[in-house]
Design a protein around this ligand. Structure first.
Ligand SMILES: *Cc1c(COP(=O)(O)O)cnc(C)c1O
Length: 394
């Protein structure tokens, strides 16, 4: 056994989260794509079978009340809340991240008022956020200005209505300074919208603590909710009364079953809802969140950093020098839970890795992405992935 293999075995033996892996359905594939689609928690199929056969099949319409379907968006929001540092009553689950970006950004601009004519958007954003920000700007008559996140403090000013930022860069894995950037926007009187797709379930976020106004995030990545599981929307308590949704559907009405022709928004984060929730996906997510029982986010973060450190060490040992270049910051304070390696033939390299049982993903034109999900990724996985990568590139 090589030195790195025994190092991995020692790290796994000392890992306080090692037992959590058995809560998931996994095989001998090294799965490093949990930042795109989290693995299946083992108990989810049984729970969904109950939802379909009993709640839908037997109770039918009664389940909206008796099985708690109607209140699922806010109930599941409260389950996600502690994972992102939010108190109860501020998160609803539903729709996609894309749709929630739109709701949050238009609502932020409306809160900022007429005098502010500019929206700042992360220049390195995941594309969907940028497309939606462009549309939100056109609809609200504001100018959209792309700014690298680190430059937000100097770019934000009295003209800025809202700032839309990604917490972790989906390509490079760079973690942005949410506390400092939020404080800078606040000081200028602008509203913040954070996209937590690559941080929710991977690291502490501290939404309440850091004064974030609005946030959105995926649940099918580090929260393992399943393909296309609904996203979440955080509306800070202090701004809830002023949250004026651009998609005010009947589910966000103060009295949805009053069937009034006039719209009166519900109190609280519920006003972020739109129409009838997709119950099957929502309840699969609710079941999936059980894997977090007894798992502190701080422990997840500690293991995530240890895993990515160890993977980088293995890459250095196994991959011929100069063959790949890491885009992921070395400093822990600037690193999310993935490692991105630039490699000119990344597309073909990832195909060869997948064929050898190591699943990461490829982002055009030249990036290999490896996501580390501390709930189920082992140090042995990290070592094997780097070893197979080294073999492929030698
Ligand atoms: C994954 C991801 C999305 C995906 O949005 P969908 O509406 O779920 O397709 C959006 N933004 C970021 C930053 C992401 O990483």
């Amino acid at each position: 056994m090589s030195e790195l293999m025994s190092a991995a075995a020692e790290l796994d033996a000392a890992d306080p989260l090692a037992a959590v892996r058995s809560r998931f359905v996994l095989d001998d594939v090294v799965y490093l794509d949990g930042n795109s689609l989290g693995a299946l928690p083992a108990h989810v199929p049984g729970r969904i079978e109950d939802v379909v056969r009993r709640q839908w099949g037997e109770l039918r319409i009664r389940s909206w009340q008796e099985s708690g379907w109607w209140t699922a968006p806010e109930r599941i929001g409260d389950r996600i809340a502690p994972l992102v540092g939010a108190g109860p009553g501020q998160i609803v689950v539903g729709d996609s991240t894309s749709v929630n970006v739109f709701k949050a950004l238009v609502a932020a601009v409306r809160m900022a008022g007429e005098g502010r004519d500019e929206i700042l958007v992360d220049a390195t954003t995941f594309p969907t956020d940028g497309y939606l920000a462009g549309s939100a700007a056109r609809l609200t008559g504001r100018t959209l200005r792309p700014v690298p996140p680190a430059e937000v403090p100097s770019a934000v000013g009295e003209r800025t209505a809202a700032v839309l930022l990604n917490h972790v860069d989906y390509r490079t894995g760079r973690l942005h300074d949410l506390p400092a950037l939020t404080a800078a926007a606040r000081a200028a009187g602008a509203y913040t919208v954070w996209d937590l797709c690559h941080s929710a379930g991977a690291l502490p976020v501290g939404l309440d603590e850091h004064g974030v106004d609005l946030a959105v995030g995926c649940t099918y990545k580090y929260l393992n909710g399943g393909p296309g599981s609904p996203a979440f929307l955080y509306v800070r308590r202090e701004v809830q009364d002023r949250f004026d949704s651009p998609l005010p559907g009947w589910n966000s009405h103060a009295e949805p079953f009053g069937m009034a022709s006039a719209y009166t928004p519900a109190a609280g984060a519920v006003r972020g809802r739109v129409g009838t929730p997709d119950i099957l996906s929502l309840l699969a997510l609710e079941a999936a969140l059980d894997v977090w029982d007894g798992v502190p986010v701080a422990a997840v973060r500690a293991k995530s950093l240890a895993l990515t450190d160890f993977f980088l060490r293995c890459v250095e040992a196994y991959v011929p020098a100069g063959r790949v270049e890491s885009l992921t910051p070395v400093a822990h304070a600037e690193r999310g839970s993935q490692v991105a390696l630039r490699c000119p033939d990344a597309g073909e390299v990832m195909e060869r890795l997948v064929a050898q049982g190591v699943v990461g993903d490829f982002r055009a034109p030249d990036v290999l992405r490896f996501g580390f999900t501390p709930l189920y990724t082992s140090f042995a996985d990290a070592e094997r992935a780097a070893r197979v990568l080294g073999g492929t590139l030698s």
